[in-house]
Ligand binder design. Structure first.
Ligand code: AMP
Length: 480
């Protein structure tokens, strides 16, 4: 097979959050967008930004850091108010830190300006980019947003309107993308045909809003209307709300299961399923798969806590706090950093007075390299726990994610190197149990669309990027 110019590392693997608002009420869209980004902060700590469209002139403020760092007090006031605003928070592994990829990305082309904010990972990125570069395109970054903007601008040369250009772009781009686009007179929201990443629509008085997660609507006082459907493009303009369907293969919709396990905020509802309810069920399901006896159940803050509550409810074993989390240690930077820093960033100490002398069941959401679990078991044992039984509210991670979750290095996944019994020994726990794939799927029963469990099964319903096919694991990846 022929090799391609870009390696799998060339493109950022981003987990992000997006927001967009079209003002029909004389609202302050900049303030609302700013508040919304706080509600999405858990989806990205690396960079934040807002673009506002004021009488078709675009103003952007963005930079590296948390929302509070990029927008220090009173700084949002420097942006003028406008008709449309889009916002973005980005989370990428530290090796892929590429400042030019901070979003929203504003591009000027023959029809005016567009600002784009994207969450996801375009899997035919290298091929599309190569074709564009052969035609003379110059890129500033390796971001999905820039590629998407470029394809839209190119398509616009052969279409009568922006809507057709975006639909054509959706036909060309493969993989995962939920995006908002600010155009001179329109706000556009789109979700890839598989629906890998969430995107929903809400109403704030008469104004339409879009966000990666519904929790944002609660924080800005908007009402949840519905999820953007896989393969749907929604356009909001002076005439109102217009929905367009790209060509969708409904059977292959594959919303990311890991959003429910780890990524999304518990107060979000994604495709009809509450993230909090799903996590409670994960704990209950863990109890039905591992009915252990112990003195206390605790969760690893933050994402293991709710599953621990579910396990405690189902088992009748008291729930207790096992850890203190230091809120004042800086942001979490991801799995790409060195081991010592990563463990420091767990920000945890064991609560000795609550765990000493007890048989503890501790629940975390996932094991990737195994370092966190080893650290957690060590913390509990050092604090005097008599037994430590570790349960995980997801199955073993056996594959990188090609569709937007920052887990890209197959070699580092401990479940690919060791059996569950060997991992138990390695992390020093008395018991180690993972939730089964079937069990996890049951916890999100009722979701409107199909689900992607590829990171747990090595089987994907969408095409894997061809750059990965040239790697030595190509023949191990299954296609559903
Ligand atoms: P590890 O120490 O490599 O096994 O990482 C496991 C821990 O990383 C768990 O406690 C998870 O909460 C957390 N985690 C899971 N997915 C991600 C991700 N994509 N980025 C950063 N941390 C993650």
């Amino acid at each position: 097979m022929k090799s391609v110019a870009f390696t799998s590392d060339a493109k950022a693997h981003d987990e992000c959050g997006v927001f967009g608002i079209y003002n029909s009420d004389g609202l302050n869209v900049v303030e609302i967008c700013h508040d919304a980004l706080y509600g999405l902060q858990h989806r990205g700590h690396i960079s934040a930004g807002i673009t506002v469209n004021n009488a078709e002139s675009f103003y952007t403020q963005k930079g590296l850091g948390m929302v509070s760092e990029v927008f220090p007090p009173k700084s949002v006031e420097k942006l003028p108010n406008g008709m449309i605003a889009v916002g973005h928070v980005r989370y990428t592994s530290i090796q892929n830190l590429d400042q030019a990829a901070n979003q929203p990305l504003v591009l000027r082309y023959k029809e005016g300006s567009i600002a784009i904010a994207v969450n996801g990972s375009i899997t035919n990125f290298p091929q599309i980019r190569k074709v564009l570069e052969r035609g003379g395109a110059i890129f500033q970054s390796n971001s999905n947003a820039e590629l998407m903007a470029y394809v839209i601008a190119t398509e616009r040369c052969s279409t009568d309107n922006l809507e057709d250009a975006v639909i054509n772009c959706m036909d060309k781009l493969k993989g995962a993308y939920s995006a908002v686009i600010c155009a001179p007179t329109r706000l556009i929201a789109l979700r890839d045909r598989h629906g890998f990443r969430p995107l929903c629509v809400g109403k704030l008085r008469n104004s339409w809003v879009f966000a990666s997660e519904s929790c944002v609507f609660d924080s800005i006082g908007a009402e949840f209307v519905r999820d953007v459907e896989p393969g749907e493009m929604i356009v909001v303009d002076r005439e109102g709300f217009h929905s367009y369907k790209a060509r969708v293969d409904r059977e292959k919709t594959s919303m990311c299961l890991f959003e429910y396990v780890y990524v999304a905020r518990p107060d979000s509802v994604i495709d009809g399923v509450s993230v909090h309810t799903a996590r409670i069920r994960m704990g209950e399901m863990l109890y039905s798969e591992y009915p252990l006896d112990a003195d206390m159940v605790c969760g690893v803050p933050d994402s293991g806590i709710i599953a621990a509550e579910g396990y405690a409810r189902a088992s009748g074993i008291p729930y207790g706090m096992g850890f203190m989390k230091n809120k004042y240690i800086g942001r979490k930077v991801g799995t790409g950093m060195d081991k010592k820093k990563r463990l420091m960033q767990t920000k945890l100490t064991a609560l000795k007075s609550n765990v000493e002398g007890k048989r503890i069941i501790v629940i975390d959401d996932s094991i990737i390299r195994g370092e966190t679990s080893k650290h957690i078991v060590h913390l509990l044992r050092s604090a005097g726990a008599k037994e430590v039984h570790m349960l995980i509210s997801s199955p073993p991670f056996v594959s990188p994610c090609y569709f937007g979750i920052d887990i890209s290095d197959r070699e580092s996944l401990i479940a690919n190197k060791l059996t569950t019994e060997q991992i138990r020994e390695e992390i020093g726990a008395d018991t180690l149990g993972y939730l089964s794939v079937e069990g996890l799927r049951k916890t999100v029963e009722g979701a409107q669309f199909g689900l992607c469990d590829g990171c747990f099964t090595n089987s994907f319903s969408a095409d894997i990027p061809s750059v990965f096919f040239v790697d030595k694991y190509a023949n191990k990846i299954n296609k559903k």
